[in-house]
Write a protein that binds this ligand. Structure first.
Ligand code: IMP
Ligand code: MG
Length: 179
């Protein structure tokens, strides 16, 4: 285990099970639809790479970068689009893949944006959900794990752009960010 991690919250085995069961549900729901899988960079990359390999359907992938100013472990409410889609969302069914829903600000913004751009439907698949932190209403359609209010890293999730490569999801030691 990494020295900055207090404890493992979701092990590699558990992550594999989560990804497999989410993929099965998505396969069932999108069986007759040609959807676009849209990852929110950068946190979703590891999760999305594993997830898409398990979905036996035809679909396109694209990415969005949304930034919510703010620093440290808190995000501000103001979200802006840093990198837009390359594929047109008009009349398309879109499945957003995200690492974690926290305040809900990011996804609230991105979902509204895609509907405004003319998407036919927008659903959200998130690896983790911290419902106790919600500031705006946001309910993901596919949730890997509901987690307590702790700051987590690994499997794509970062603190200060580090720890994304850890193969598990772990709770970051408070001493790392409380300085
Ligand atoms: P929201 O807009 O507050 O829902 O924040 C969502 C974004 O904040 C996520 O995509 C993450 O990048 C980041 N975030 C929220 N909680 C955590 C955490 O515990 N660890 C790492 N990143 C987090
Ligand atoms: Mg993120």
């Amino acid at each position: 285990m990494h020295k900055d991690v207090e404890r493992i919250l979701i092990s590699q085995d558990k992550l594999e099970n989560i990804v497999n069961s989410l993929a099965k549900r998505i396969e069932k729901d999108y069986n007759d639809k040609e959807f676009i899988m849209v990852g929110l960079l950068k946190g979703s990359v590891v999760f999305m790479a594993d997830l898409m390999k398990k979905i036996d359907l035809d679909f396109r992938i694209d990415f969005i970068v949304a930034s919510s100013y703010g620093s440290g472990t808190e995000s501000s409410g103001k979200v802006r689009l840093v990198k837009d889609l390359e594929i047109s969302p008009v009349n398309k069914d879109i499945l957003i893949v995200e690492d974690i829903v926290d305040s809900g600000n990011t996804l609230n913004f991105v979902c509204n944006y895609l509907m405004t751009r003319g998407a036919n439907s927008v659903r959200v698949c998130t690896l983790c959900d911290k419902p106790s932190r919600r500031k705006v209403p946001m309910e993901a359609d596919y949730v890997g794990a509901v987690i307590p209010d702790e700051f987590i890293v690994g499997y794509g999730l970062d603190y200060d752009e580090k720890y994304r490569n850890l193969p598990y999801v772990g709770v970051l030691k408070r001493s790392v960010y409380e300085k």
